[in-house]
Design a protein around this ligand. Structure first.
Ligand SMILES: [Zn+2]
Ligand SMILES: [Zn+2]
Length: 351
């Protein structure tokens, strides 16, 4: 499924810019060029857990949604969304969410602090990352060994150990993001290989050692609590890939579609990640439920690149220097789009 197939465009290697989407014929304004698949991994932030439908991401101006699954803590906009979520998630998946919900609740009741962020915290390099994950693997192995192969439920010992794992800095949003990806991996291992492992990966995806710590602890926590049948997908490799793809392939899930005021979470949509950025894009996007729709906003000639904007809201109004600075910081590239080249030159000429 990845790269996306279409008779309107093809994915090509662009000198100096990785891969990009090139129109394979003239496309007229307003033509839809891509409907993405649902996210392969996503998170709805915990502060929105009562307000956003776990299936279709509907947000009703902050109202608490009525349909609630008390075992998993998920809410839905309707009974049919709940039903679809169940079908999509499967019985094992639901059980995994249930175990996680239980652990997070236990944790918040125990009132343990997740540990402050040190001011001297830094972005861990690849060696730090390797070393920390190796330690997490050892810890997870311990937990997995003590669990009975026949029982899917967590026994008392397992629960105690899991509590130990969550006592340190574990973030419910990180652990939820990882679980969603682990379930996807478990259900669709082939598509995982084709769609996720071929995405651009960030070498050093953890912004701080605190962040790295939280990812590793989340993995250990999941290893200790997840139904045994899912453990084959709860691996260091899967969790590291999920972090590595999130920084450069995730799309924000916002309340009003693209530029809504509420930033409710984010998701990884492989087919949509092939669009490069332009500060004057010819493709617009909108979230429709849990998928994205992309269409051209002007007539496009065969051979032209189809680009979206990675800038959100007010960021579009930044001047060229600020825009380039922001894109370099967040996305790791120096924008050389036509608009930046023209405005960059103009600002140089003007002194
Ligand atoms: Zn819904
Ligand atoms: Zn630009």
């Amino acid at each position: 499924m990845s790269p996306p197939a279409s008779d309107l465009f093809s994915v090509k290697t662009i000198p100096g810019a990785g891969r990009g989407i090139i129109a394979s014929r003239d496309i007229s304004e307003d033509t839809t060029v891509l409907n993405s698949e649902p996210p392969v991994a996503h998170v709805l932030f915990r502060e929105y857990r009562k307000e956003v439908c776990a299936h279709c991401f509907l947000y009703d101006r902050g109202r608490t949604l009525r349909v609630k699954d008390h075992d998993t803590g998920k809410v839905f906009c309707s009974a049919s969304c709940q039903q679809e979520w169940l079908v999509h998630t499967g019985e094992q998946g639901r059980r995994a969410w249930q175990d996680l919900h239980h652990l997070i609740q236990t944790k918040s009741k125990s009132g343990k602090n997740s540990g402050g962020i040190s001011l001297t915290d830094h972005r861990p390099d690849i060696e730090d990352v390797d070393r920390r994950w190796e330690k997490a693997q050892g810890e997870a192995d311990e937990y997995v060994r003590t669990r009975s192969d026949t029982s899917n439920a967590l026994d008392d010992t397992g629960r105690k150990q899991a509590k130990g794992a969550v006592a340190s800095s574990t973030d419910p949003d990180i652990v939820g993001y990882l679980l969603s990806g682990i379930l996807y991996h478990d259900q669709q291992p082939d598509r995982w290989r084709e769609a996720v492992m071929t995405l651009a990966m960030h070498d050093e995806p953890y912004a701080t050692t605190h962040d790295l710590e939280a990812h590793c602890n989340s993995f250990v926590q999941l290893s200790s609590s997840m139904p045994v049948s899912l453990l084959r997908s709860c691996t260091v490799q899967v969790c590291r890939a999920l972090a590595a793809v999130s920084s450069h392939n995730a799309f924000g899930i916002r309340s009003g579609g693209e530029d809504g005021e509420e930033y409710m979470g984010y998701g990884v949509y492989p087919s949509a990640s092939y669009f490069n950025h332009s500060c004057r894009p010819n493709v617009a996007k909108q979230r429709v439920g849990n998928v994205w729709k992309f269409w051209v906003t002007k007539d496009v000639r065969q051979g032209e690149e189809l680009c979206i904007s990675y800038l959100g809201g007010d960021e579009k109004d930044l001047n060229v220097r600020q825009r380039r600075g922001h894109l370099r910081e967040v996305w790791g590239f120096i924008c050389e789009c036509a608009r930046c080249q023209r405005e960059g030159k103009a600002s140089q000429d003007g002194g």
